[in-house]
Design a protein around this ligand. Structure first.
Ligand SMILES: Cc1cc2nc3c(=O)[nH]c(=O)nc-3n(C[C@H](O)[C@H](O)[C@H](O)COP(=O)(O)OP(=O)(O)OC[C@H]3O[C@@H](n4cnc5c(N)ncnc54)[C@H](O)[C@@H]3O)c2cc1C
Length: 556
């Protein structure tokens, strides 16, 4: 700390510039680390008792030695540059199997030759096996179309991904840099359903591509608003390849590394405090709370509200939350809406499969369940009509196959495994604070039923039991639960709708150039809600820190 303080930059006022970061999620920590390393006096204010936000691990199953990534679980968009700049001890493992998708009953044409059912295995390590798998589900002619769509998005990724940590390009410059990447017009100019239907024919193959457009996003694939296109774009450009990697040790290691980097550089991280007010000129008010409750409700003395003046405020909370803190009566951003249910499980062993595929292959990548194109369309229609989709489209994945370090020795030796389920098309509009408990139970049942529909045995009996009557090792989080736990409005996992990673016109300020501007020059976005900030990437924090340093250099 002393060395960081002594190397602090001072402005014309003779003191180091002061910056508040509201929200200690991984983006707030990233911003804090960059700013503190540049000699800025940084204070991070986080309402939970610990930093990390949605990028944390938990040992939530009593007596079971397993640290599951509680919310986010895979990393694609975190640039190596951020890991290197901040000297983070973050290791990411590449998955050999990209995805496995069983053929739903409705698409099965007669019994398979082997007697076991076929499914589509995308095996990055074996092109011939992948082709054979296309043939096995009756989609041999789609193998080329699928590979070619993937090549086109990879070319686009190669030109776009490096721009995410630089000032925003204009749309024209980004389009020119994409050169011959025809994925640009496929993704940017028309609903993604057009491109998918042109690229491949088989219902299941179309669904595998389409799910990238629907993670945390409630939209029809042919929606002219193109929110689903932006969602797909961010899902296919990460790292310049679109690969989704496993953070070794779990998501908590990513935030833990960022927290350590921020603290080592001298940032002050205050947890258990809720920011209640921000003024456009940089005054921030916060209250000490316990478990999100005011101290008085715990019988403790009040008078713990603090106010301080900062040169800049970086908001790493959702733009909708910031609007309330600024007292905007009619916030510029509508309350966003999430659309997922998340289920974490700890199993005695992986379930037996009905299909002709090994467990390592099926569970080692993203296992799509009931996500054929027609099923995704039907699920969207059913949720639009107010119902829980049946079957619920889900993706599951087993962290402990790629990275067993999240399990204690005994569990590991016993053959236990984690399973993470991300259910699609459950818009927050289906939930209320009154029905949340019932909906959580119904959604859990829907997710388990969806899984059972493709397994050779029911999954529930495989759940481990926590000790001391703690119950089964399963945790289900609805959008309401996510909002309550993390203050993500509507449970929207990206803090709001995603934006294109470019500008239509030349920017007029450093904040606009970095995609972090608000209506107030002293207040910048630094979280997922910043342009290009969605997902676990640190990009929102990185870009806000760079804009802040430019602004501070101008002002002090
Ligand atoms: C269920 C789920 C699954 C996901 N899966 C993935 C995935 O696999 N891969 C991926 O890349 N992304 C995933 N995401 C998205 C990703 O986790 C988020 O986009 C990202 O973590 C957001 O980081 P952040 O730092 O911007 O904000 P957050 O993580 O939301 O952190 C914001 C912090 O601000 C705090 N805060 C809020 N209000 C206040 C206040 N008034 N005062 C003080 N503090 C406040 C909150 O407590 C929180 O800690 C997932 C998200 C969810 C919820």
């Amino acid at each position: 700390m002393a060395s960081a303080a002594s190397s602090r930059r001072t402005g014309s006022t003779g003191r180091p510039p002061r910056v508040a970061v509201i929200g200690g999620g991984h983006n707030g920590l990233t911003a804090a680390a960059y700013l503190a390393r540049a000699g800025v006096e940084v204070t991070v204010l986080e309402r939970l008792p610990h930093p990390g936000g949605a990028a944390v691990s938990t040992d939530g199953f009593a007596g079971l030695d397993a640290r599951l990534s509680r919310y986010s679980y895979l990393v694609s968009l975190m640039p190596k540059q951020i890991i290197d700049d901040l000297g983070l001890d973050v290791r990411l493992a590449r998955r050999r199997y990209s995805s496995y998708t069983p053929l739903p009953d409705a698409l099965l044409r007669g019994p398979a030759a082997s007697g076991r059912r076929p499914g589509l295995l995308i095996d990055a390590g074996d092109e011939a096996a992948t082709r054979a798998s296309f043939a096995a589900i009756g989609a041999a002619s789609d193998a080329d179309g699928f590979a070619s769509f993937s090549d086109r998005t990879t070319r686009l990724a190669a030109s776009l991904f490096p721009t995410l940590t630089r000032p925003l390009p204009t749309a024209a410059a980004a389009r020119e840099a994409a050169g011959g990447a025809s994925a640009w017009s496929e993704i940017v100019d028309a609903p993604i359903s057009d491109a998918i239907e042109r690229a491949v024919d088989h219902d299941l193959v179309r669904g595998v591509i389409a799910t990238d457009a629907l993670i945390g996003t409630f939209a029809a694939l042919d929606d002219p608003g193109l929110e689903q296109n932006r969602c797909l774009l961010y899902h296919v450009i990460g790292g310049g390849t679109g690969d989704w990697d496993v953070p070794i040790g779990g998501m908590g290691r990513v935030s833990g590394g960022l927290e350590a980097a921020a603290r080592a550089a001298g940032a002050s991280i205050i947890t258990g405090v809720t920011v209640t007010r921000v003024t456009p000129d940089g005054e921030v008010t916060w209250e000490e709370r316990i478990g999100g409750l005011p101290l008085e409700s715990a019988g403790l003395p009040t008078g713990t509200e603090l106010t301080a003046q900062f040169d800049l405020v970086l908001s790493a909370v959702a733009p909708h939350v910031l609007a309330r803190l600024l007292g905007d009566e009619a916030p510029a951003t509508e309350r966003p809406e999430g659309a997922q249910v998340k289920v974490n499980m700890l199993l005695r062993r992986l379930p037996r499969l009905r299909d002709d595929v090994s467990s390592e292959a099926a569970f080692g990548g993203t296992f799509h369940i009931n996500e054929a194109y027609s099923q995704l369309g039907a699920a969207h229609a059913s949720a639009s009509g107010g119902g829980i989709p049946a079957p619920l489209p889900c993706e599951i994945y087993c962290h402990s196959l790629t990275d067993p370090t999240i399990l204690g020795d005994e569990l590991r030796a016993s053959g236990a495994h984690t399973l993470t389920v991300f259910g699609l098309h459950v818009p927050d509009r289906l939930l209320t604070s009154e029905n949340n408990e019932r909906m959580r139970a119904e959604l859990e049942r829907a997710a388990l039923a969806s899984l059972d529909s493709v397994l050779a045995e029911p999954i529930e009996p495989l759940l481990l039991e926590g000790v001391g009557g703690a119950g089964r090792a399963i945790e289900t989080k609805t959008t309401r639960d996510i909002e309550e736990a993390l203050a993500m409005p509507g449970g929207n996992i990206f803090h709001g709708p995603l934006s294109w990673p470019w500008l239509e016109a030349e920017p007029e300020s450093p904040a606009a150039a970095w995609g972090v501007e608000t209506a107030h020059p002293r207040v910048l976005l630094a979280g997922s809600g910043a342009r290009r900030g969605g997902a676990v990437s640190g990009i929102g924090g990185h870009n806000a820190a760079h804009a802040a340093l430019e602004l501070l250099a101008e002002r002090l």
